[in-house]
Design a protein around this ligand. Structure first.
Ligand SMILES: [Zn+2]
Length: 102
């Protein structure tokens, strides 16, 4: 696992936690639905052919996430993205920098 994908996973987990807590009344642990989605996303990140050169999945997911999962991930990001900056400002800045990469 390289630094880029490690960071992406951390960001994703943080977003899923916010989303699940607000939308599914989840506690600190994610509900089974969110765990399944996270697991899928992790596998895509690990299997990503672009490796360290990839941008964030919000952009690159278009090519490797199945449409059902892509829609679910988008919902999570739309909901949690703006909230993430208050909870994890450092992660958010990295995430924004990463997504600027081509
Ligand atoms: Zn959930």
């Amino acid at each position: 696992m390289n630094k880029r994908t490690g960071r992406e996973k951390k960001t994703l987990l943080a977003m899923m936690r916010i989303y699940c807590r607000n939308k599914h009344k989840g506690g600190n642990a994610l509900c089974s639905e969110c765990i399944e989605l996270l697991d899928y996303a992790y596998k895509r990140i690990d299997g990503c052919v672009l490796g360290d050169k990839k941008t964030t999945c919000a952009r690159c997911a278009i090519h490797c996430f199945k449409s059902e999962y892509r829609m679910r991930i988008r919902k999570v990001m739309r909901h949690a993205g703006p909230r993430l900056i208050f909870k994890h400002p450092v992660l958010t800045v990295y995430h924004m920098l990463d997504s600027q990469k081509k």
